[in-house]
Design a protein around this ligand. Sequence first.
Ligand code: SF4
Length: 364
Amino acid sequence: MSNDILLEVQNLKVHFPTERGIVRAVDGVTFDLKRGRTMGVVGESGCGKSITSLSVMRLLQKPGRIVDGKILYHARQSETNASATNEIIDIVRLDADSAKMRSIRGGHIGMVFQEPMTSLDPVYTIGNQMIEGISMHRSVSPTEARAIALDMLDRVNMPDPKRVIDAYPHQLSGGMRQRVMIATALSCRPGLLIADEPTTALDVTTEAQILELLRDLQRDFGMAIMYITHNLGVVAEMVEEAIVMYLGKVVERASVVDLFYQPKHPYMKALLRSIPKLGRKSSARLQAISGMVPSPFAIPPGCSFHPRCPDFIPGVCNVIDPAVVDVGNGHLVKCHLYGQPKAPETANAPAARAAAQALAGGAQ
Ligand code: SF4
């Protein structure tokens, strides 16, 4: 397995200035991804996982902007040639509309979205759209581009590719449109594929087919994949390691085995308790995570999970933002339970929690 770094995100901060104040959608996110590996980015809606991936692609919608940090992409001149020289590009420093960024977007990094219709133009055929993308990133004639498009449609197990290439998006099913998106994203042989909830809009049978397809293509093409998902089942099945995000911060990072069998952060433990398990009694209730994700305009002080945390330490968790600690084997946790002194239990936890919520502006 490769140890080459492909992508390094360092202290990334993304802000959305609004009339009510600044939303810190991504607040100091750091992680890296090696060539050919699979990483999950997990968390509830609004935790910043999609904003992180859109930042990597420089596709942030205004008023969102990157205010700090680096996104270093280690580009190979040829993704299929392991001895080709690397160029380290700081994506943050590029103009989002520059030729260089366009060559990275689509050429080096492909992306598949939850809803293909947001990316497919309804007035052009599938072939028109695929050929345009291939011609933009590869020095090939229109005839060769069409042949590549047909080959890719075949590689994603599209039924009747010769008919589909001249069809319009509305003439295809949701599963077929997602296959078109995957074929388009992979037609330039990217080093990294970002898959943002790629199966959420699909029925379970089609979801299973698309996940199997992505696994096969990753093995054949050797690209790295970043799965953005709230679905822990997809994480368990598809990735080698994962980062867990909460309110714009990475709170845990581990191999998928450690994350599921030895979760450390109380948020990750709560996420695991909230999903159904085979063998659990039918009368057993799922445990929802207490409270609500706080308003982005009233992020709690200290550890932002503290109003919902069953392990809350009064006087510590609501005051000090925890540091990231390595608990072994690169298993990283951002929590005061690991590596920092605990405050004495001078007040009972519920009362302290209520006080902290009031301090945070009643964020619930
Ligand atoms: Fe819970 Fe404190 Fe850890 Fe935050 S730092 S997750 S409040 S124990």
